[in-house]
Structure formats: C-alpha cells, structure tokens
Design a binder for this molecule. Structure first.
Ligand SMILES: Nc1ncnc2c1ncn2[C@@H]1O[C@H](COP(=O)(O)OP(=O)(O)OP(=O)(O)O)[C@@H](O)[C@H]1O
Length: 345
C-alpha cells in the first residue's frame, strides 16, 4: 500500500447560518489509525466528508501527504483524491455481484486489470471465494468486509470509515471489529474513522481525536486521553469518572477520600478525577462509607458507595463483589498522579 499522512488545518464549515466546524486541525501520520470520537451531531461526519471531497470547507486546508486537496482556491474532486471511504450503511449495490461491487470504482481500468485488483482486494479481506454471490446472501460481517474491499480496491492512500460497525448487532460487533482491526493493521494504511463509541475509539485508534461541538478538544493516544483528559467534559465522555471535590495545595489535594497526589501543581478548590478502578474497597464495620448498590459483571464488579459527605462514588473492583448492599466499607485510592480541574464558582 502506498499510504500517506493526512493534515487538516483550520477547517471551518457552515450549513446556512450555522457553523458546525470551527477551525478544526488534526494530523495523522502515514500508516496510523485515528479515531474521531464525539457525540451525535458534533460534526464528525462533516469533517470526514470534507476530507473525502464530498463537502467543501468554507476555509482551511486539507492535505494528503504533500498534495493539497483543498485550500479555498483549488479543490481536487473526490475521484482524484486517492481516498477510500466506507459508509455507515456500507452502500453495497444489491443488483450487482460481490465482484462487481468491489470493482465499481475501477471501471476506467482495462478489464483484465480490474479482475486482478478485485481478486486482490477480495483476497485481502479473506473472501476470495465469494465474488459471484449477491451481497444480500452474505452475513453482516461479510458485507462489511466487502465494503472494505471495495474501498481498498483502487489502492487509496487513505481510508475513511464512517461508524463502520453501527449497522451490526451487538453480538456480531465485537467479532467483526477485531477482524477489521487485524485487517487494517496488516494493510498499514492511514485510516480515519468516525465513532460515538468510546470503547471502539480506544480499541481501534492509535490516537483519538475527541470532538465537541465542532472543535477538537483533545488529540492523543487512548491511554493519555483516558488518564489525562483535557477537561471535565472529556473525562466524563471517555469512561466512568468520579469528580471528587477537594482542595489542592501544590501536588497534593485533600478530598473526602483522603490525600490524593496530583500529576501537576495546582492551588485552590478543585475536582479530582478518580477512575472507578483506581479505588479499592474493604469491609469495615466502623467505616463511614456505605454500599448502595452492587452490579456484578463477571470479570468485575461495580459498586455505588455513599461517602460520609453524601457523595455517591463508583468503584470498580476485579472479580466477585467484596461487599454487599448496606455494608459499611472503607475506600482507598491506589491511582498515581491524579488529574485535577480547577473549580470555578
Ligand atoms: N447537508 C447538511 N445540511 C444542513 N445541515 C447539515 C448537513 N450535514 C450536516 N448538517 C448538520 O451539521 C451538524 C453536524 O453533523 P454531522 O453529521 O457532521 O455530525 P456527526 O457528529 O457525524 O453526527 P452523527 O454521529 O449523528 O452522524 C448537525 O447539526 C447536522 O444537522
């Protein structure tokens, strides 16, 4: 694969009076996979369509490698961008065979070359034997791989995926996601995919760009986004977050959980981010916290615990529950270098 990096600089876009992208910039290095993560309506699909050339930005620049695809003066049409796209509904043509679907973007090539490229793309997704079938006769996971084969058949430099798993039922989603993950890792093609699902973004993304209301609020590795979210909103969007009120003095905050070491110096009233799995729970008849609810998930247990100050906190412990509803308990914080956000009145 002849892949290339993607650079988006200061892209804005309005529909009518409403600006939906406010100066978005992001970069993906060649061969990396970036998840664009955000709630419904935040502008993810619009950004993807701008990179594909299906929408024009009002301002800003889009580059693939060294090639400027759009900069307010010049616009390269979608078919000359070397960008492959997989849509949310996969958009397979029901009246065409699998092979004809995969070859759809190759119609300008000589027939023999088209046949070869279709066979290559189908082999890459492990479905070389299904070329003559009609898409409707295939499973959801297979159809999804055909859509991927169609996107890679023209040998694009970049792949764009719009909510690629949302059409699959929950039972199939995990399995297909792993298959596609494996495939994309083998292809080594620069990929940008859109999702509103934090787990999907973390599992697939080498990096995650978190989008909120038309702005990228953080772009970093999934582990960094989870451990050090840029703000409270990101903290709560990318997983369970307890925001514990406290008072910071340098690298130490005093909270109802006791003293917590902070990653960075800060002073004054703060909310300290405490992930549920960084707390341990122990039975203690004289403890001033009480278990309100226990949810056992098999691999772990989530307990809702009411603290002395009446705050409810989520605690995630491995394996079976250690305490039951109404038990008195003691919580200890075992995380290192917590993140604290200044509390404004
Ligand atoms: N062609 C259009 N005309 C007018 N408004 C549009 C158009 N396309 C998108 N919008 C609006 O732009 C905003 C961003 O939409 P977009 O589809 O990019 O969001 P999204 O984050 O991908 O959401 P979802 O996950 O629901 O698809 C929304 O308010 C949407 O209604």
């Amino acid at each position: 694969m002849n892949t290339a990096g993607v650079h988006v600089v200061g892209v804005t876009k309005s529909f009518g009076e409403v600006e939906v992208l406010h100066g978005v910039s992001l970069s993906i290095s060649a061969g990396r996979m970036l998840a664009l993560l955000g709630p419904s309506g935040c502008g993810k699909t619009t950004l993807l369509r701008i990179i594909a050339g299906l929408e024009q930005p009002d301002a800003g620049t889009v580059l693939v490698g060294e090639h400027v695809l759009s900069d307010g003066r010049n616009v390269v049409p979608p078919e000359r961008r070397h960008v492959g796209m997989v849509f949310q509904d996969w958009a397979l043509f029901p009246h065409l065979s699998v092979a004809a679907n995969v070859g759809y973007g190759l119609r300008k090539l000589p027939a023999a070359e088209t046949r070869e490229r279709v066979a290559d793309a189908l082999a890459m997704v492990g479905l070389g034997h299904l070329g003559d079938r009609s898409p409707e006769t295939l499973s959801g996971g297979q159809q999804q791989r055909i859509a991927l084969a169609r996107a890679i058949a023209p040998r694009p430099s970049v792949l764009l995926l719009d909510e690629p798993f949302s059409n699959l039922d929950a039972a199939l989603r995990g399995q297909v996601r792993t298959e596609v993950h494996q495939l994309l890792a083998e292809l080594g093609i620069t990929t940008l995919f859109v999702t509103h699902d934090q787990e999907e973004a973390f599992v697939l993304g080498d990096d995650v760009a978190v989008v909120r209301e038309g702005r990228i609020v953080q772009q970093a590795a999934p582990t960094a986004v989870y451990a050090r979210p840029a703000d409270r909103w990101v903290a709560e969007f990318v997983g369970d977050a307890n925001l514990m009120p406290g008072h910071a003095d340098g690298r130490l905050a005093t909270t109802v959980l006791g003293p917590v070491t902070l990653e960075e110096s800060i002073a004054g009233p703060v909310d300290v981010l405490v992930r549920p799995e960084s707390l341990a729970i122990a039975l203690d008849p004289s403890g001033d916290a009480q278990v309100e609810l226990v949810e056992f998930y098999g691999h772990d247990t989530v307990s809702l615990v009411r603290l002395a100050g009446d705050e409810i906190i989520r605690v995630r412990t491995p394996g079976a529950p250690v305490a039951r509803r109404d038990d008195r308990v003691r919580l200890t914080y075992s995380g290192a270098g917590a993140v604290a956000y200044p509390r404004t009145p």
